[in-house]
Design a protein around this ligand. Structure first.
Ligand code: ADP
Length: 158
């Protein structure tokens, strides 16, 4: 059985992340969306809030699970029995970063990184961009994030 981990900050989940989750769910038996617990990044949402937003958005995908990650990625993967890491690529900057991390992870454990190219319409979407336009009170966030995230952002940023 193929189990893939899609790790990230998801602060918050965007349509770009969602597209990667949907596509990965067709490639693997199970996809675990791993919400990072990175204390060095100042987050808008807590890991528990992120889990709730992601779970509600992917409720229609039967083989997708959402979990809080702890420890090293490869340690967490061994706990959940995942052999694949899924990451999304928007541009060459993402590529350089992901290539380094993939090299490190494969040196640490028997895991394979699968990089999925962002759809052209999602290439400019990032969680930080969404937070910036949200803080300006922009009303067209629904182009960038799922409806439940629009609602949560409005509540958090008002
Ligand atoms: P991290 O801090 O681990 O990079 P992010 O939540 O920013 O966490 O991103 C998680 C993963 O989703 C990364 O592989 C990133 O490249 C990918 N990703 C982010 N935004 C998009 C997007 N718009 N389209 C496709 N993949 C994306």
């Amino acid at each position: 059985m193929s189990i893939a981990l899609f790790p990230g900050s998801f602060d918050p989940l965007t349509n770009g992340h969602l597209d990667i989750i949907r596509r990965a769910s067709k490639l693997f038996d199970t996809v675990v969306v791993g919400v990072g617990n990175n204390t060095s990044k100042k987050a808008l949402f807590t890991p528990e809030e992120k889990i709730a937003l992601i779970s509600a958005t992917v409720a229609d995908l039967n083989n997708v699970e959402v979990a809080i990650m702890h420890g090293l990625t490869v340690q967490f993967m061994s706990e959940i029995n995942a052999k694949f890491i899924v990451r999304g690529l928007r541009n060459s900057k993402d590529f350089e970063y992901e290539r380094d991390i993939a090299g490190l992870n494969s040196a640490l454990a028997d895991v394979e990184t699968i990089l999925l190219l962002a759809k052209p319409e999602n290439q400019n979407i990032s969680s930080s961009m969404v937070k910036e336009i949200g803080s300006m009170g922009a009303d067209n966030m629904s182009k960038f994030v799922p409806p439940i995230v629009v609602k949560a952002l409005k509540e958090r940023l008002e």
